[in-house]
Design a binder for this molecule. Structure first.
Ligand code: FBP
Length: 305
């Protein structure tokens, strides 16, 4: 049986077909946070995005794709997200043990232009073949190439929803339209989250926003309307509000490796601000299995309230 909270959340997506609603319920009803309406996911696309040594040398067992499936299962995550190769490497062995999200586009760090333009690296058919609950896709609002990403995800969303899958969008403002500081500015993160919702995402993933304002045109509104942005929880609240008044699931990423106390402090603020959860990549899989499980369990404990 699904919980009242999950039933309420599914009500926000009433236009979707029963297949997609079932996959959303599957994500929300799995793991230690099942039924709470909160999600903690393990994302492991850093090997592609940052390279294998930067991603896995700190904890060599993590070079093996099965490490990540096992970590997601044993820690009680809601889902595991990765590109095609990693999902293929464990989908059969771990079938039925953890909902998976197939990342359908990726960028690598071997080319370092200002305007990211990820390649399509998987398909909706792959996601269905591998038993995934959802497709995942990164958009870079602020990149000169953003429109082709928006058009790609528009087509993939149509296909995924018709096939009864859920859609998760990683919205990472970045590129020549923005300064470095602007990428995580509160107005820009809120705008990026809103764009992802407009593109049809069921679940949106953003970085925790800073108090900076990135767009000069937005500053006046933030000041005149006295939009609270002083604390991380204020800013998370604003990002959630910008995502259809809180009627879309918005989760926040972990970022570069830091100590457990700093991570948990940040998660408490996200929870206070009404965030729906976290995806914790490097901060979990760069630790030995036991420590990684302990950290993810501590994160889940905060969201469990
Ligand atoms: P950057 O592009 O900012 O380096 O971040 C990308 C990424 O590492 C993704 O690969 C990943 O899905 C997400 O951030 C969250 O992972 P992490 O918790 O390791 O930051």
């Amino acid at each position: 049986m699904i919980s009242e909270r999950v039933s309420e959340i599914l009500g926000w997506y009433r236009t979707d077909n029963p297949g997609t609603l079932t996959q959303l319920a599957r994500l929300l009803m799995h793991g230690r946070l099942a039924g709470t309406g909160k999600l903690v996911m393990l994302p492991v696309d850093q090997g592609f995005e940052h390279g294998p040594a930067r991603s896995f040398a700190k904890n060599p067992p993590a070079y093996d794709p099965r490490f990540h499936f096992e970590l997601a299962v044993r820690s009680g995550c809601n889902a595991y997200a990765a590109p095609l190769g990693f999902i293929e490497a464990g989908a059969a062995e771990f079938a039925g043990q953890i909902p998976t999200i197939l990342k359908l586009n990726n960028s690598d760090s071997l080319y370092s232009g200002t305007d990211p333009e990820p390649a399509l690296t998987g398909s909706v058919r792959d996601a269905l073949r591998l038993g995934c609950a959802a497709i995942g896709f990164t958009i870079y609002p602020g990149s000169a190439q953003r429109n082709s990403m928006y058009e790609q995800i528009r087509a993939l969303t149509e296909e995924a929803k018709a096939a009864g899958l859920a859609v998760v969008i990683w919205s990472y403002p970045r590129g020549s339209g923005l300064t470095k500081e602007g990428e995580t500015a509160v107005d820009v993160v809120a705008y990026g989250a809103h764009i992802a919702c407009q593109l049809g995402a069921h679940i949106v993933k953003v970085k925790p926003p800073t108090a900076a304002i990135g767009l000069a045109a937005a500053r006046k509104t933030y000041e005149e309307q006295k939009i609270p942005t002083g604390t991380l929880s204020d800013r998370v609240r604003h990002v959630v509000q910008s995502s259809f008044g809180g009627r879309r699931i918005v989760i926040f990423s972990g970022g570069e490796a830091k100590d457990s106390a700093a991570i948990l402090e940040e998660i408490k603020e996200i929870q206070r601000g009404g965030g729906f959860g976290s995806i914790v990549g490097r901060n979990s899989f760069q630790r030995p299995m036991k420590e990684a499980i302990e950290l993810l369990n501590a994160v889940q404990q905060i969201y469990a309230g």
